[in-house]
Design a protein around this ligand. Structure first.
Ligand SMILES: [Fe+2]
Length: 229
């Protein structure tokens, strides 16, 4: 993996559901991946132009509408591969041009220096993915700042989420920066160490305690809210 000084993370927020979109890139070549392009393709493309970076890959953390709803629109302008875990493709039936069916542990290379490892982090959906790079993770709807993804939507599983959060926080250095899929917290970037201290969902010593907290007031098998019109 590259030194942290050779890579960049650019975070911006779009849409009515407070989604974060990311450019993860290589400073030397100015190539980058866009993570979860949603809501406004023109803004995303203009932002790349403003920053003088080239989008070379599309990375999906999962298949929910608010994370993939401008994949096709970006593909109309940029002929680039789209990466999603096979588990998520099978669960959702998601299809698009250039879709690459990936496996857990696969590495996506951007430019000369950036390597992104696809870590399978199921619980919010069966094929949810966290992208790991040196010093940082992009967690999609798996882990939020002082929150975690809902497990009551179709395909969600709070018992699986408990194990996912446990292995994610135990397997990475505590100083790892954490970039979430939504702007739901008091700040926009955190670290695993801060989350281990502050995130109420990471305070549970038992599976049962986590499941009852995560599912409180929720009904398993809930449909995702309809997209805004
Ligand atoms: Fe989601």
């Amino acid at each position: 993996m590259a030194a942290e000084s050779e890579i960049f993370v650019h975070q911006f927020e779009l849409g009515p559901w407070d989604n974060f979109i990311y450019f993860l890139g290589d400073k030397a070549t100015r190539k980058c991946a866009v993570v979860d392009p949603a809501w406004d393709a023109d803004f995303i493309l203009d932002e790349a132009k403003r920053l003088d970076v080239e989008i070379t890959n599309i990375l999906c953390t999962h298949s929910h509408f608010d994370h993939v709803n401008r994949v096709d629109a970006i593909l109309e302008k940029r002929d680039v591969p789209v990466h999603m875990l096979g588990e998520e493709i099978d669960f959702s039936g998601f299809r698009c041009e250039n879709l690459e069916r990936q496996s857990p542990g696969d590495v996506v290379r951007i430019g000369d220096h950036l390597e992104l490892t696809m870590v399978h982090t199921p619980g919010h959906t069966p094929g949810s993915t966290t992208y790991r790079m040196r010093g940082a993770v992009v967690t999609g709807d798996t882990l939020f700042i002082q929150g975690c993804g809902r497990c009551d939507f179709i395909g969600g599983d709070p018992e699986v989420m408990y194990q996912t959060l446990k292995s994610l926080t135990e397997s990475l250095p505590s100083e790892t920066r954490m970039y979430p899929g939504h702007n739901y917290g008091p700040v926009t970037v955190s670290t695993l160490d801060e989350e281990l201290k502050e995130n109420p969902y990471l305070q549970h010593a038992t599976l049962d305690a986590f499941v009852s907290h995560r599912m409180e007031g929720k009904t398993p098998g809930t449909k995702l809210p309809p997209p805004p019109t």
